[in-house]
Ligand binder design. Structure first.
Ligand SMILES: [Zn+2]
Length: 343
């Protein structure tokens, strides 16, 4: 015991620690286990009293010593603990209606992605038809509209998903939900502005009404993203894999930037239209490139938001266990309570 103390304190340097006989019981100073008084042999002799699926094969390791290996696949129990246990699990306030929140959050991201893909299909049809070609069919315009409506409905997930959430975050999220009004008005306005006009990016004359409506729609997107971001970040923390940087993402912030790039593209096109020179033409083309780039990156951002929302949703419904839940001990009743409440 004295020996293990000296290893943990590091007073004798790493060489001394490495020279110790047998595998070191020391679990590293950064793992979740270091948060608890683990240095004693007694503590290390513990076996798992809560259920914990093996990280490799999902075999339930309940009852097995934390120094042991998975009887099914031989993976060290320690590895599973480090991977699955959330050292901060008990810090989080409970999520209200975790199933509902997870369904709405997934609807939020998936609806927006469907809308973006439908809009891409319209633009690709425009390019395929060539200049002066027929406008695209009404099917995709409807798919995009209902995708946006679904996303608006899903955004309700961010209004107050967590008990005792700060009022400011709730207000921001409500603003985000209302931002969909701008998005939908802008979208419908874009469609109206296209009626009886040549395809928007193939025509030689600029459709200013359409650009203004597009800007309104993008402004709505900005309001939505900025409004839901504070709560979305709270929810991201519940997902251990996302929080610990195994998947390091700032998806919403990136989408905000990319939306601004798209708006700059529209701005350039307007400036270029009033500036009938070769330079103006070039600026107009640059504007189209910016719009296409921002559309592409926004779509990729939405795709990764869909992936993240699925992970976070799963983490909300089945949160990572805390160390105490896995090892048992004085707090296990609280922990069981916390899991029953779904948070
Ligand atoms: Zn296993």
């Amino acid at each position: 015991m004295d020996d293990s103390r000296s290893i943990d304190s590091g007073e004798n340097g790493p060489l001394r620690a490495n020279a110790g006989a047998g595998p070191s019981p020391h679990l590293g100073s950064r793992g979740p286990l270091s948060d608890l008084p683990f240095e004693t042999e007694e503590r290390l002799g513990l076996s798992l009293s809560g259920s914990l699926p093996c990280v490799t094969c999902r075999y339930d390791l309940k009852g097995i010593s934390i120094r042991g290996v998975c009887p099914e696949c031989g993976t060290m129990v320690r590895a599973t603990i480090l991977y699955r246990v959330d050292p901060r699990a008990e810090v989080f306030r409970a999520v209200m209606q975790p199933r509902l929140v997870s369904v709405l959050m997934r609807l939020w991201a998936a609806g927006a992605l469907v809308a973006a893909l439908a809009i891409w299909i319209m633009r690709i049809e425009e390019v395929a038809a060539g200049p002066g070609g027929a406008q695209s069919g009404a099917v995709w315009t409807r798919v995009a509209f209902w995708g946006l409506v679904a996303s608006a409905l899903g955004s309700l997930a961010f209004v107050r998903p967590i008990h005792g959430m700060a009022k400011g975050k709730t207000l921001a999220a409500i603003g985000g939900v209302l931002g969909y009004a701008l998005v939908l008005m802008g979208y419908v306005g874009v469609l109206r502005a296209e009626v009886g006009r040549a395809a928007p990016y193939s025509a030689s004359t600029l459709n200013t009404d359409r650009i203004l409506m597009r800007l309104l729609m993008l402004a709505g997107v900005l309001v939505v993203l900025m409004g839901v971001r504070p709560t979305a970040r709270e929810l991201v923390k519940r997902c251990l894999a996302l929080r610990t940087g195994r998947v390091d993402r700032q998806t919403i912030l990136a989408m905000i930037t990319v939306t601004l790039v798209g708006m700059a593209g529209d701005g350039l096109r307007v400036v270029a239209a009033n500036w009938q020179t070769a330079t103006g033409d070039l600026l107009g083309q640059l504007g189209v490139v910016l719009i296409a780039m921002s559309g592409l990156l926004l779509t990729l951002g939405l795709a990764s938001a869909v992936v993240d929302s699925w992970r976070i949703g799963a983490a909300l419904v089945m949160p990572s266990p805390s160390l105490r839940e896995v090892l048992g001990g004085s707090g296990s009743d609280d922990a069981a309570e916390r899991r029953r409440n779904g948070g």
